[in-house]
Ligand binder design. Sequence first.
Ligand code: ZN
Length: 140
Amino acid sequence: MAIEIDHLGIAVRSLAEGLHLFEKTLGMTVSGTETIAAEQVVVAMLPAGAGLNAPRIELLQAAGEASPIARFIEKRGPGLHHIALRVDDLPLTIERLKNEGARVLDEPRRGAGGHLYVFLHPASTGGVLLELIQKEPVRD
Ligand code: ZN
């Protein structure tokens, strides 16, 4: 089973603030910005590398006071929020993790581009919020 880094999620107070560093200063390019209503976040994706599967920096800005990103920043300040890994077989990976006692948050959800994803609670991953993403988009 080959696992790849899909993106690193970084919580920012504002996308403008985050983009100042990653876009203006470091010279990265935003590949897309979108609001994910279900998660109450606005995200900007910046590929770090060439090709469609290049890992990305995901800047996360809260889109409301109840946003998990707002709560995260309130508690710890801006910073690394989660690491997202692409896996070949998400249902199988979830099953294996559950068998090992890992805490999978919610059922798989469908994100940008039709990709299925889940989050694992940091309590069962050594303190890192892990996002797992199905490699290929799942078609209905
Ligand atoms: Zn993410």
